[in-house]
Design a protein around this ligand. Structure first.
Ligand SMILES: Nc1ccn([C@@H]2O[C@H](COP(=O)(O)OP(=O)(O)OP(=O)(O)O)[C@@H](O)[C@H]2O)c(=O)n1
Ligand SMILES: Nc1nc2c(ncn2[C@@H]2O[C@H](COP(=O)(O)OP(=O)(O)O)[C@@H](O)[C@H]2O)c(=O)[nH]1
Ligand SMILES: [Mg+2]
Length: 194
């Protein structure tokens, strides 16, 4: 299976909750035709299915905690295999959430060629999420859960960026700018890939 995906580019999209990962990924899909896999969306789809597993996931997500590593990784892997024949590249959005998740991904699937670090200030992220919460219907877009997601991001996910920085594949993107300007920088990072 892993050989099928071997030649496709793998891009990790990492940033805090509400930093704009999903927004930028959509634009990358439109311009480059890459496959966007949001780990959060995959989990929410499982929740919507009403399965037993979905109900367990919902309880974890509502608290802003991390779902067990194997669960998310299996979902990502299955989604990648399903697209392997047609995809030139994969945007892995919202994963890895902790260094261990990155290590397991590489063991089971492959190495990323780029990590897009979507960076916004904490207060910006909170503001965006509160706004998104007015219409998103997401059980975790509320003040209390947002705070927990942010705390966990700084504690568990930021170390992921340092881990890949030592490999020279991190591109830090200032996500305080207007969406199209942010995308300009994202596109530059992708164009630089060979
Ligand atoms: N690799 C992942 C991705 C998501 N989650 C769970 O799913 C929730 C929502 O994830 P996601 O959609 O990625 O949300 P955020 O990054 O917080 O924000 P977003 O839409 O806003 O990217 C997380 O809080 C977490 O409980 C997880 O455990 N592990
Ligand atoms: N002003 C501004 N808002 C943004 C930008 N990017 C995303 N948003 C808004 O911020 C919210 C969170 O964005 P989203 O892409 O869902 O972030 P994610 O949680 O990182 O996936 C959404 O409501 C977006 O409309 C940006 O560059 N500028
Ligand atoms: Mg998102």
């Amino acid at each position: 299976m892993a050989d099928k995906i071997k030649d496709a580019k793998i891009i990790f999209v990492v940033g805090g909750p509400g930093s704009g990962k999903g927004t930028q990924c959509e634009k990358v899909v439109a311009k480059y035709g890459y496959t966007h896999l949001s780990s959060g969306d995959l989990l929410r789809a499982e929740v919507s299915s009403g399965s037993e597993r979905g109900m367990q996931l919902q309880a974890i997500m509502q608290k802003g905690e991390l779902v067990p590593l194997d669960t998310v990784l299996d979902m990502i892997k299955d989604a990648m295999i399903a697209k392997a024949d047609v995809s030139k590249g994969f945007l892995i959005d919202g994963y890895p959430r902790e260094v261990k998740q990155g290590e397991e991904f590489e063991k089971k699937i492959g190495a990323p060629c780029l990590l897009l670090y979507i960076d916004a200030k904490a207060e910006t992220m909170v503001m965006r999420l509160m706004k998104r919460g007015e219409t998103s219907g997401r059980a975790d877009d509320n003040e209390e859960t947002i705070k927990k997601r942010l705390d966990l991001y700084y504690k568990a996910t930021e170390p992921v960026i340092a881990f890949y920085e030592s490999r020279g594949i991190v591109r830090k993107i200032d996500s305080e700018l207007p969406v199209d300007e942010v995308f300009g920088h994202v596109a530059k990072a992708i164009d630089a890939l060979k």
